[in-house]
Design a protein around this ligand. Structure first.
Ligand SMILES: Cc1cc2nc3c(=O)[nH]c(=O)nc-3n(C[C@H](O)[C@H](O)[C@H](O)COP(=O)(O)OP(=O)(O)OC[C@H]3O[C@@H](n4cnc5c(N)ncnc54)[C@H](O)[C@@H]3O)c2cc1C
Length: 423
């Protein structure tokens, strides 16, 4: 193999590594960021995606919150478990595995790992956004709303953890919260809020589409409507696409298959304890701009977020495990409408044109993604990013590309390997 020195146009990074033919399965935010970083390293990249465009599953209409504080909020023990629905038979071990990962020492260690990856991801996201450049309804500033004293008490460990992590936040009273977000309804009780001025938000799908175009410019190929049905256990960088006679062989293969990862891993006889935790969003056109949020708010009581995305308002939340009914349940959607009515009653036009969406957070029992080698030759994993896939994607992709190139990643990856799930 010939060693190449490549100057990458976007971001002017200079890499040296052995170019390989690499297949990526999945064109969600994780697969697309991975495709970009590997193409930037000079590899010949082909992405296989079963849908017609990137980001049609979990990366389609998520809440759009970015930043290490959001990642740490989701890492709290009560956020990792399902709030509704029984688990399926295959998932019955999940609560037990969750409990095992929930002892205080493990929780603390995993929180530090997530924080490291989240901070690195935020830095990489900023660089990509600036250098490409990417346009994705980006905004800054998030308020975590505390309705009652009980909300404030429950938030205390999280606030302390954010402070320990050195993240910028301010505890503000109701008057200041309303000055930051003037359209907050005055008749909904509000004790105060946590203001995170550096927390970002945006449209994950737009970001993914823009980055996919950037990856194509670097030579990556996207094969849409191409479902990978099996991976050869004897030669794990060889995959079979549905409807095609011959399998395709690569030098390396990266699985970025989100909630579908356990199914593909089963074809390799590898059990992956990954559970899709479903959630919902509704997106509606802004009705009165002055009555809509300026940035993003999260009701910490219900864990529902309300985000301004350009000319739309997006409300997201709910955590359901197991077999969910075919179509979204009215009660789940009502929880989102209720939060919107409580905080920004005049913000959105709800009579028509509302986009309703359900997505699955691909979640492992300890809340960390799996990053790195699979243990099978040529097969790499970048999956299981749970409730923070966008906030973690850019760093995950960069470290995976470094591992494949044989470079030392910029952050310590201890604890992210698949071996931890085999214990
Ligand atoms: C309600 C809700 C709110 C959320 N809010 C946030 C948030 O504010 N911030 C944040 O960072 N994260 C958030 N998330 C989580 C985030 O959306 C996910 O973690 C992230 O989108 C996962 O990305 P992914 O690329 O791993 O998965 P996906 O986007 O699901 O991509 C996986 C892709 O793999 C493809 N695929 C799977 N199997 C195959 C196969 N066999 N052959 C070919 N293609 C295949 C799928 O079609 C899919 O396109 C939220 C999630 C939900 C549900």
């Amino acid at each position: 193999m010939q060693r190449v020195h490549r100057v990458v146009r976007h971001g002017a990074r200079r890499h040296d590594c052995y170019p390989m033919r690499i297949a990526i399965v999945g064109a969600g935010i994780v697969g697309v960021t991975t495709a970009y970083e590997l193409a930037a390293d000079g590899h010949e990249v082909t992405v296989f995606e079963r849908h017609a465009t990137p980001a049609e599953e979990a990366s389609f209409a998520n809440a759009g919150l970015l930043g290490a504080s959001q990642v740490l909020r989701w890492a709290a023990p009560e956020m990792l478990g399902p709030q509704k629905n029984p688990l399926s038979l295959r998932e019955l071990r999940w609560p037990w595995q969750r409990r095992r990962a929930g002892d205080p020492q493990t929780l603390l260690a995993n929180r530090a790992r997530l924080q490291r990856l989240a901070l690195y991801s935020a830095e990489r996201l900023r660089t990509l956004s600036h250098d490409l450049p990417l346009s994705y309804e980006f905004g800054l500033g998030c308020l975590w709303l505390l309705r009652t004293r009980r909300d404030a008490e429950r938030a205390r460990p999280l606030i302390d953890a954010l402070r320990e992590a050195g993240l910028l936040l301010r505890e503000v009273d109701a008057a200041e919260a309303r000055a930051i977000e003037p359209a907050l309804a005055s008749d909904t009780p509000l004790l105060g809020a946590i203001h995170l001025p550096h927390d970002a938000f945006g449209n994950c799908r737009q970001f993914t589409m823009g980055l996919a175009a950037g990856a194509e410019q670097l030579g990556a190929r996207f094969r849409f409507r191409a479902e990978v049905t099996a991976i050869d256990r004897a030669a794990p960088a060889t995959l079979q696409v549905a409807g095609e006679a011959a399998p395709q062989r690569f030098d390396a293969l990266v699985l970025c298959t989100g909630a579908a990862s356990a199914t593909l891993m089963r074809t390799l006889k590898v059990a992956l304890p990954l559970t899709p935790l479903h959630g919902y969003s509704i997106s509606a056109h802004v009705h009165e701009p002055l009555r809509a949020p300026r940035g993003a708010v999260v009701d910490l009581h219900q864990h529902v977020s309300i985000t301004r995305l350009g000319r739309r308002v997006r409300v997201a939340g709910v955590t359901e495990a197991g077999n969910v009914p075919e179509s979204p349940q009215d009660a789940d959607l009502q929880a989102l409408y209720k939060a919107l009515r409580a905080w920004f009653p005049m913000a959105a036009q709800l009579s028509d044109g509302v986009q309703v969406w359900r997505g699955a957070r691909p979640t492992l029992p300890d809340g960390l993604p799996v990053l790195g080698a699979s243990g099978l030759p040529g097969l790499w994993l970048n999956l299981g990013h749970g409730a923070a896939g966008w906030a973690l994607a850019c760093g995950s992709a960069r470290v995976l590309a470094d591992l494949i190139a044989g470079r030392a990643p910029a952050i310590d990856l201890q604890g992210f390997g698949i071996e931890r799930l085999r214990r």
